[in-house]
Design a protein around this ligand. Sequence first.
Ligand code: ADP
Ligand code: MG
Ligand code: ZN
Length: 621
Amino acid sequence: MKNLLKNFLIFFVVFILIASLFSLYGNGKSKPEKIGLETFIKQINNEEVSQIVVRGNKLEITLKDGKQEVVKKEGGQTLIEMLTDLGVNQDKITNINIEVKEDEGVSFWLGILLPFLLPFILVGTFIYFMIKSVQGANTRAMMFGKSQAKEFRGDTKNKVTFKDVAGAKEAKEELKEVVEFLKNPKKFTNLGARIPKGVLLLGSPGTGKTLLARAVAGEADVPFFHISGSEFVEMFVGVGASRVRDLFKKAKKNAPSIIFIDEIDAVGRRRGAGLGGSHDEREQTLNQILVEMDGFDPHTNVIVMAATNRPDVLDPALLRPGRFDRQVVLENPDIKDREEILKVHARQKPLAKDVSLRRIAERTPGFSGADLANVLNEGALLAARKNKKLIEMEDLFEAIEKVMLGPERKSRIITPKEKKITAYHEAGHAIVAHFLPHTDPVQKVSIIARGQAGGYTLKVPTEDRRLHSKTEFIEEISVLLGGYLAEKEVFNEVTTGATSDLRRATNLARRLVTDYGMSDKLGPRTFGEKEEIIFLGREIHEQRDYSEKVAELIDEEVSNFINISKEKALQILKNKRKVLEEVVKSLLEKETLEKEDFEKIVGSKPKNKDEQKSEKDKKEN
Ligand code: ADP
Ligand code: MG
Ligand code: ZN
């Protein structure tokens, strides 16, 4: 409709232009006088005429004194014939300069007809465009079954290559091989190797799956068809399957080529698991993908790549050999990779001399590649806001917290009483975290609201670790309860501020029992089969695979863990009450305590046995 309006407007403007041109043309020359034949003959006989231009039946006369006149003559007669008939002397005629010109008919008729025709032309054009746009919609409807896959070739302007992907070494190796397959298939087939058909990229959001796939496209220099899983799923049944067919047809025609299906879990969910209306459609689409992949003969040089962050919900059939038999796992980067990723994204950003990307990497365990890119971007924005020319370390530290916890909400008004409660709450977390032996050191305590939280205590692990012990979990729960317990100790009352702490503590305690087998009473087994049921959006449904009696036991054990943690935290809060008060005082004054300020009050973090031992070992060696 927008287009239609645009076309109409253009037409309208052109019309106005033409119309004004015509009127200019008309006014520009003074109109020649119309005269009768008699006057004309008289003028010839008086030798007043210097020139006659014949245009069809119109005679344009120029008199010797420059005056212009127009005379109509009868059709079917030449000028000379007419003049002789009217008895004009031959000598008088020869003295006149006579010119015969093309009939001015076109512009003449146009001049007459245009005023009448214009409305018709206008309406006609309008209807024409109308019909055309309707037809367009129709053909678009017919195109539904066509895949909307975007093809991009290596030579696009913002081409991504493996250089733009930091870290992820194994994944890159694996994919380099895929690129090799496409460039040089003989090398592999000569040795009898079967070229993989499908490569599945697995990893949590932001780990760089899409980025890596685009890098493959950039490196491989072959047509690369990119489509997102959700694009298969439309309102109309059967569209998905036909899109898949079309996509594969295109890819085969352009072989060697790569198909990339992003977010494949949108269609590749375990079949038969859904209750939602569209799952039939999804199944058909998935089936079609499987059929197409099986249909490749080994010499078709097409590789299918797919990405998902939910491998657990994928249909097992997708993972069978001969389909997505290569699986590349992307994980959140470790400290070295984090530094590399930061370097990649710092390329076009002016950093101040004091910036150490290594220190940023240290402070960002658990961040994904996307988070890190975001940190640098937020840092740049913060620096710009302060009118700086360079991005400084403080901007980046601030950015880390912003990415982690949401923006600061300094303007939120809280009463002095609320402020005091928040201070005790956060100091409670911080003190418990500080004095327990297996927790991460406190990096920052603040009572400035951020995102959802009224205040926050930031702990940062000293190293990347994958395994966590029961002791660590118990202490973690103690820290979570620290805020709640401090409030209770001091005010003999608790507030709603602890809700999310309590929920997290409870969830963690529950996982200890049901997932990690850390309860002695219940033993080394897991409880509950997690299954996803898609119904009205997403919902994780837990199926109970244990009896009512065991359920009671689980509840007991969860409470037990929480109690143990609570006692630990309470003990610290009671023993260190004085220090707590000092931290609170300082918090109320400064609102934010950095690690150094905090440790000035509470002393440095006591070392646990493992740390003491490893230090002793170091000294002995
Ligand atoms: P996913 O598809 O896994 O959810 P993306 O590939 O979309 O994640 O990554 C989002 C952004 O994060 C990328 O555009 C890139 O800026 C950044 N990023 C993620 N991983 C890396 C990496 N290894 N190296 C450089 N940048 C990365
Ligand atoms: Mg992605
Ligand atoms: Zn809290």
